[in-house]
Design a protein around this ligand. Sequence first.
Ligand code: ADP
Ligand code: MG
Length: 678
Amino acid sequence: KASVLAGDNYEDEMHAKPSQDSAGKSAFHMLQEDRKALPIYTYRDQLLNAVKDHQVLIIVGETGSGKTTQIPQYLHEAGYTKLGKVGCTQPRRVAAMSVAARVAQEMGGKLGHEVGYSIRFEDCTSEKTILKYMTDGMLLRELLGEPDLGSYSVIIVDEAHERTLRTDILFGLVKDIARARPDLKLLISSATMDAEKFSDFFDQAPIFRFPGRRYPVDICFTTAPEADYMDAAITTVLTIHVKEPLGDVLVFLPGQEEIEAVEENLKHKIRGLGTKIRELIICPIYANLPSELQAKIFEPTPEGARKVVLATNIAETSLTIDGIKYVVDPGFSKMKSYNPRTGMESLLVTPISKASATQRTGRAGRTSPGKCYRLYTAFNYYNDLEDNTVPEIQRTNLASVVLSLKSLGIHNLLNFDFMDPPPSEALIKSLELLFALGALNQLGELTKAGRRMAEFPLDPMLSKMIVVSDKYKCSDEIISIAAMLSIGPSIFYRPKDKQVHADNAMKNFHVGNVGDHIAFLKIYNSWKETNYSTQWCYENYIQVRSMKRARDIRDQLEGLLERVEIDVSSNANELDSIRKSIVAGFFPHTAKLQKNGSYRTVKHPQTVHIHPASGLSQVLPRWVVYHQLVLTSKEYMRQVTELKPEWLIEIAPHYYQLKDVEDATSKKMPKTSGRAVV
Ligand code: ADP
Ligand code: MG
């Protein structure tokens, strides 16, 4: 049984508050006082002693108590950074950036110097960096180059309760490294969940628990289920704004699209209310939000105004925003779901777990008593919500991490030390996929192509598309497409009152029904021809920030091409070569048109549709390859390109047989199934 190192008694509710009469004090000085007011400060010395005495420590403390921002600084102050870097992993990019920015400020330095962060496609560190915040995925990539993490003296696996796929993989890897490197300190830090489980996994490592500060939160359920949770969320925010005392509001929404829709609708409604009501400042926060705008959520709310933060799950535990008094919880989040039988992965809006609901509620009571509006019924809560969120490793496609593990020389994946093993079906499916993509040979060993693919921080299908573009002499075009795909739908700007204009602008890029991938390429190249003009983006209803990010990613992909010794070659007039490269990466994602206008996936038949935002949604080609499935009202294929069925035999003969691609229509459909025969 794990020992508990710090008392669980909630002594002293009110610690030293930052002094109110701090006029004249420098901002830096005030930040130091803020630091001392955090719950973790009281336990600073105890914590450092525990770290000294134990190699592996599980740290548990409530969200917002100062774990992420303070522990690395304490370690620095105690001299650990003289022995090596302190690395702190975060499941989310935004959290890594934002927390690093905060800590740099608290240490009075510039971001990227002593304190830096590293996220996919963005490295904001230097030789001087001693405190490094990074996504869990980036530490996994670093392991490929430095298998013993020799440049680190301490690794903190933070937000461990989130149990993301990459955090779970890191658990197994760092446990092993810690055994081989007695000088490495390993801290596993988590909000108040699952601590015993972490301790058990890490050979009964001691648990350091410290109390947070929590004020009571009133929970209101709805009396009847809501027909539309977004409408309900908007109404609730407006009601709070008009009727409740001042205090900021935090609304949890599933994703960027929902946030943008609610933001627009709220702005519209507020305008309709006239000038009598006080100011409502709306701040969205989601992973793809440009970093300049991310900082806005932390700006203090002006006197007399109210701030409403529209956030994804990122605000559940990764980011703490001070001053939140009201939480609106519609009860959903966007989750990946994976069917290991078919190998199909889809993003869908799913009800959250009770543990999630509790965390969300807690966000309202950090600085004063608060209120949480749950937009679902109490019956719903008690009977329908799962207790805990299923760890991502059990509901996702594993191909990408399996490829990383293989590159790390870990061959027998069934014996890997998983905290919760993935379904073996899912492991086998990912091995099959990597074999089909040519990354593994029949013995399950990494091939040359696989080694090259592993260099790209991308999904193996995208990496394959890039690696194979060498053969089709179009790597120049393909990396532009890959960069644009990595940005996704946030490239387009489609304001409600200008939808027709925006759609017309889009049509130019779809001339000839080239498909969404080639349209992406045309957009990128047109922008490049204008010398990356901002004006051009405005005129074409394209987000200039997204394009700049695409350019950035593209530059890095170009660098990686060089690293795997692939020349940048251009074949812009041969659209079929480009399409074949896409198919060579994405051949498992193919679908064939049905008579009723829907599609059926070729390998594991399932009904799917072309997303209405696709340039091919009215064209309905007979055969298509798609980038991604998204489940909303229907199962939609997002980013679609036409293909010729014979390519499947040419490119993936080991995957498709002639009978799969024969154009004979579905004569053989059983009439007895009760379904309409198309
Ligand atoms: P924990 O990791 O225990 O959840 P954190 O260290 O993230 O806690 O947060 C501690 C405090 O630091 C919170 O009060 C939070 O408001 C503040 N903080 C964190 N990041 C920022 C930021 N980017 N800007 C302003 N304040 C921040
Ligand atoms: Mg934290």
